[in-house]
Design a protein around this ligand. Structure first.
Ligand SMILES: NCc1[nH]cc(CCC(=O)O)c1CC(=O)O
Length: 313
């Protein structure tokens, strides 16, 4: 039911995971501000990333930056909605002028899950097994351990991918634990992967709230939902990604942890076949500075022409 004068209008994609996340944000907003959930509208948008799901395209094919957010960004900037709810890992580092990721809910499990209906782990896959993923990061990480694997394109929402496994389209896949948990499907994980071997995507597992940069009412509204440690970690990971071009054409992993007040960031870039990789790490108290330093250290090792040599075309 659309309220005539909603307290806030939330914009989201329409996948089951995106809707769950939007509903979570609505319930948090309602609790934080003492308003009825019925006074918070959820508006669903189809993004370019959603429309290309049926094709055998990788995310780098469909243009990368902003492909899962553009329609929601436009609605935010035009004032049709007040808050864009995103999986932060799908948000390009270069955001449109006039908007910002202002708040982050507490992060879910950052790790990737290995899922198979036939084997217990990646080591148990038979020679030349079909590994379903359209993520160049996950493909590179899997190929690093198992260069014999045959990577097969695997798109669609979480349930579609789980069904494809049951249908035998691939022998195994990787999915974010965060998405599985939010959908109540965490039990589908065959194994949770060690996050240094399978470093998560920068900002994986964190719901981000985008608002218009000039709107202080909205900034205050979402500030109550912000989880400080998550916000700082995402800032560091995204700052690292920004130095590394910020596109999804290159396999990039990031992992943060706290030791007291000190934030540690580890970063990794891989060649598409996973046979070359570079790692760097730094720590400190300024998230943006840590991220920039790790990104630069990775670039220094890989050489300035790394993107041309390693990027998906
Ligand atoms: N690109 C799709 C996407 N975007 C965010 C998540 C998972 C949830 C999250 O990272 O917050 C997923 C699915 C997946 O990678 O398994």
């Amino acid at each position: 039911m659309q309220s005539p004068t909603p307290f806030a209008r939330i914009g989201t994609r329409g996948s089951p995971l995106a809707l769950k996340q939007a509903e979570l944000v609505r319930s948090r907003l309602s609790a934080a501000h003492g308003v009825d959930e019925a006074d918070i509208d959820i508006e669903v948008f189809s993004t370019g990333g959603d429309r290309s799901q049926k094709e055998n395209t990788t995310l780098s094919d469909i243009g990368g930056k902003g492909v899962f957010t553009r329609e929601i960004d436009d609605a935010l900037l035009s004032g049709r909605i007040d808050i864009g709810v995103h999986s932060s890992k799908d948000v390009a580092t270069a955001m449109p002028a006039g908007m910002q990721l202002a708040a982050f809910l507490e992060r879910e499990d950052v790790r990737d899950a290995f899922i198979s209906v036939t084997v217990k782990g990646i080591d148990n896959l038979p020679q030349g097994a079909r590994f379903g993923t359209s993520s160049i990061r996950r493909a590179a990480q899997a190929l690093r351990l198992r260069p014999d694997l045959q990577i097969v394109p695997f798109r669609g929402n979480v349930h579609t991918r789980l069904q494809k496994l049951l249908d035998g389209v691939a022998d195994a896949t990787l999915l974010a634990m965060a998405g599985l948990n939010r959908l109540g499907e965490g039990h589908r994980a065959t194994a949770v992967l060690e996050p240094h071997q399978f470093m998560p995507a920068p900002a994986q597992g964190a719901i981000g709230l985008a608002v218009r940069a000039d709107d202080s009412r909205l900034a205050d509204l979402v500030a109550k939902l912000d989880h400080g440690p998550t916000h700082a970690a995402i800032a560091a990971e995204r700052a690292m990604l920004a130095v590394l071009d910020g596109s999804c054409r290159t396999p990039v992993g990031a992992l943060t942890r706290w030791e007291g007040d000190r934030l540690y960031l580890e970063g990794e870039i891989l060649s598409l076949d996973g046979q070359s990789s570079f790692q760097a790490q730094d720590s400190g108290t300024d998230p943006e500075a840590i991220g920039a330093a790790v990104g630069q250290a990775l670039l220094d090792q890989a050489g300035t022409d790394w993107l041309a040599r390693w990027a998906a075309t």
